[in-house]
Ligand binder design. Structure first.
Ligand code: SF4
Length: 278
């Protein structure tokens, strides 16, 4: 398998629809790439993000996700081979172009997705390469495969941004297709290792805005002791066209983004237990 050069790694935003970029890669090669981490599949790189961690960030968006969140903004990242096959060396080289600028802007590198730990060897290698260049590193993850990273690998990531979708396990299963137990276990492990963590919570009217459920998430988060901030992300419809273009049934077509007051109410639930929430 070799780097693909026909499509630019750089995208204007992760909302660009990208499919079938890695279709030519055989199943065996995909398996080998996953096992070694020498190759990975990326939807794209974006630069200049101010919403994916501290400061200004370069973000690599991986493909592959084991969840099927009803509100997912980027369903084209679910399938690994929708991404571009890229060697870890090439991905690191791409990142190296921005190293000085990222430092000047107190930013860094964020590995996001999709779910980056679907490619946990590649993730570990790329994050280590970034760190070696002196770049601040962050990973945005749903935490489901958190146990795939060793303690040493975890300790070398500057910030984990963990998505907690909802507290109630039956609701979580309906919302994402998976249990939330592994995510919560990962949060506990990060707390035990005192690793800096942000929690990201997508607020969807009628789906994740139950205040009693939110209060339980908040109580859990406050008890961890390592949560530096909570980000309440208002649901939006920017990913809707991807569902339609991919021929997927989108259940949230009639759902409006939450009002500013509703987002503030959700933040208050987290602030009430002593957390910083935005
Ligand atoms: S975990 Fe993220 S990428 Fe995966 S389905 Fe949910 S929102 Fe989409």
């Amino acid at each position: 398998m070799s780097d693909s050069t026909a499509v630019s790694l750089e995208a204007g935003s992760p909302f660009e629809l990208r499919v079938h970029l890695g279709d030519a890669v055989g199943e065996q090669s995909v398996r080998e790439a996953l096992a070694s981490g020498d190759m990975g599949f990326l939807h794209s790189y974006t630069t200049g993000s101010t919403v994916d961690g501290p400061g200004v960030r370069a973000v690599a968006w991986t493909t592959g996700c084991m969840w099927r969140c009803q509100y997912c903004h980027n369903p084209d990242t679910w399938t690994m081979t929708n991404g571009l096959p890229v060697s870890v060396a090439k991905a690191a080289e791409e990142l190296g172009k921005y190293r000085h600028g990222l430092k000047v802007m107190s930013g860094g590198f964020t590995l996001s997705g999709g779910e980056p730990l679907m490619q946990h060897r590649f993730a570990a290698k790329l994050l280590a390469a970034a760190r070696q260049m002196g770049i601040h590193t962050a990973i945005e993850t749903n935490g489901f495969f958190g146990d795939r990273l060793s303690d040493a690998e975890l300790d070398s990531i500057d910030l984990v941004m963990l998505g907690i979708k909802t507290w109630d396990s039956a609701r979580h299963l309906a919302l994402t297709g998976q249990e939330n137990g592994p995510t919560l276990d990962f949060a506990r492990r990060l707390a035990a290792r005192r690793r800096p963590m942000w929690i990201r919570f997508v607020l969807v009217p009628g789906l994740t805005d139950d205040l009693a459920d939110l209060a339980k998430t908040a109580e859990f988060a406050a008890g961890l002791g390592n949560v530096e901030r909570v980000e309440v992300l208002p649901f939006h419809q920017m990913g809707r066209y991807k569902w339609e273009r991919l021929g997927l049934t989108y259940a949230l077509g009639a759902v409006e983004p939450p009002t500013a007051e509703a987002a503030e109410r959700a933040c208050e639930v987290f602030r009430n237990v002593g957390l910083k929430a935005y």
